[in-house]
Design a binder for this molecule. Structure first.
Ligand code: HEC
Length: 181
């Protein structure tokens, strides 16, 4: 009998504590909204310089826009939920880091390296899984990856001058191809 008498006395307390925790979280959440709005800049700077897209098939740009531009360009599509803390923070980390790694809108000063593009695409590191969960269209098939790799390679090769001809299939043998600079 005793057990049953204790419980009704304890529950309201625990409920109140739970309620206080939830209230606290909601208040923190609300206070952080404007703070995160100021801290995690969601602006799109002007497009300054792009790869010479016409040097490759139109599919190459289409794939890059669909799968890479949200983080590696100044034409980020910011979904409404990217304004909400803590999503705002996670998205900002991706876009800020992505633009720093290479930016399709500032290609003259911040290009992505061709061999690194091939590496991250074949290993599946890019686009990140955390992104393709929310953007399934950005998930590339092997054939699409190859189109993107070859296309960007082609653009890079032609941009840097005709004299650097490809060493046919030699690169396939070099798995650890990181040359020191
Ligand atoms: C959700 C954001 C996001 C998307 C989408 C995305 N990237 Fe990235 N990418 C990053 C971030 C952040 C970094 C820097 C940190 C790192 O290397 O993980 C990066 C780094 C890179 C690098 C540098 C490699 C290295 O070793 O650091 C390459 C190359 C790259 N991305 C290519 C691509 C390509 C190609 C696409 C499209 C198919 C793409 N990324 C899509 C966020 C993204």
């Amino acid at each position: 009998m005793h057990e049953y008498q204790h419980q009704p006395l304890r529950l309201p307390n625990r409920k109140r504590r739970n309620r206080d925790i939830w209230l606290g979280l909601i208040i923190i959440f609300l206070v952080l909204q404007p703070v995160s709005y100021l801290m995690f800049d969601r602006s799109n700077p002007p497009v300054r310089s792009e790869p010479d897209w016409p040097l490759a098939s139109p599919e190459v740009k289409r794939l890059a826009v669909e799968a890479c531009f949200d983080c590696h360009s100044n034409e980020t599509r910011w979904p409404w939920y990217s304004a909400l803390f803590p999503v705002s923070w996670l998205v900002w980390v991706d876009v800020d880091g992505g633009r720093a790694a290479g930016n399709f809108s500032e290609w003259d000063t911040h290009p992505l390296e061709t061999d690194e593009i091939a590496e991250v695409l074949t290993s599946g590191r890019m686009p990140p899984d955390s992104y393709t969960i929310m953007h399934p269209d950005a998930k590339l098939t092997d054939a699409q990856k190859q189109i993107l790799i070859d296309g960007l390679d082609q653009i890079a090769g032609r941009e840097s001058g005709e004299d650097e001809r490809e060493d046919e299939h030699e690169s396939e043998d070099r798995e650890d191809g990181h040359e020191d600079e």
